[in-house]
Design a protein around this ligand. Structure first.
Ligand SMILES: Nc1ncnc2c1ncn2[C@@H]1O[C@H](COP(=O)(O)OP(=O)(O)O)[C@@H](O)[C@H]1O
Ligand SMILES: [Mg+2]
Length: 234
């Protein structure tokens, strides 16, 4: 066990039943989505820009709520979750990697990885040790004391992945995580995600516009005009 999880989720991770989503006063962006995410799944949502991928990922990741339909995350019906309960689940059990690389510029790489642990109330020495352990595991220990602008974009995004792992999540939401990376750095990030999925059984849901990138996942869904369909399964 590489991730020091408070709890290990081995049951269903998330399920969506007939989920619809419209932003205020606008047309439906998601139209009747059914999707199940199991323990250890690595799945990808493939669709063109504007298809609703980020909207879907935000709903799965408890960052937004559906207009209609039922969403369960870690066995909890999200309609019955208070905002505080949702915030706690996000902090303890879900890690996020976004398209825009968003490290805090005025603190070091190690301190960036510590942020989610700080929010959870983990004390300083333990935070530091855990951040260094993550950097070690993925070969980036030498960057610990640098600031984000002193490392490459590819390294920054791998650090963002380690920050997503800080609290030992059971689910990683990765929204077009390599959109700003070159081929080589994209491969390095994908290798990192695959390692987490295989060695730690972290479930991963990734969005991409690229069929080739989608090949990293075991199951690929197509999102077109608000509808989701299974593309293929490895
Ligand atoms: N907060 C929002 N308010 C209104 N419209 C939004 C909001 N977020 C996204 N949209 C619209 O929803 C559609 C789907 O967006 P998004 O989920 O970001 O798609 P994708 O990630 O596939 O590019 C787009 O037309 C976008 O403009
Ligand atoms: Mg998007």
């Amino acid at each position: 066990m590489h991730l020091n999880r408070k709890q290990v989720d081995t049951g269903p991770i998330a399920s969506l039943r007939d989920v619809w989503k419209a932003y205020k006063g606008e047309e439906y962006i998601l139209k009747g989505i059914d999707l199940g995410i199991g323990h250890g799944d690595f799945l990808c949502i493939l669709g063109p820009s504007g298809a609703g991928k980020s909207t879907l990922l935000r709903i799965i990741g408890l960052l937004d709520r559906p207009s209609r339909g039922e969403v369960e995350v870690f066995g909890r019906n999200v309609a019955e979750l208070s905002d505080d309960e949702a915030a706690r689940i996000r902090l303890e059990r879900i890690g996020y990697i976004f398209q825009s690389i968003d490290l805090i510029p005025h603190i070091t790489i190690r301190e960036n990885i510590e942020v989610p642990m700080y929010l959870r109330g983990v004390r300083g020495a333990e935070r530091r040790a855990r951040a260094l352990e993550l950097l070690d595991r993925f070969g980036l220990r030498h960057l610990a004391d640098r600031y984000p602008h002193e490392v490459s974009l590819g390294e920054q995004q791998r650090v963002a992945a380690m920050r997503a792992l800080a609290n030992g999540p059971s689910l990683i939401i990765a929204d077009e995580p390599v959109a700003h990376l070159d081929e080589e750095n994209a491969q390095l990030l994908f290798e990192l995600l695959k390692t987490l999925n295989r060695e730690d059984s972290v479930s991963i849901v990734m969005a991409t516009t690229s069929e080739e990138e989608a090949g990293v996942a075991d199951r690929v869904y197509l999102l077109r005009r608000g509808r989701l369909s299974l593309g293929y399964q490895v």
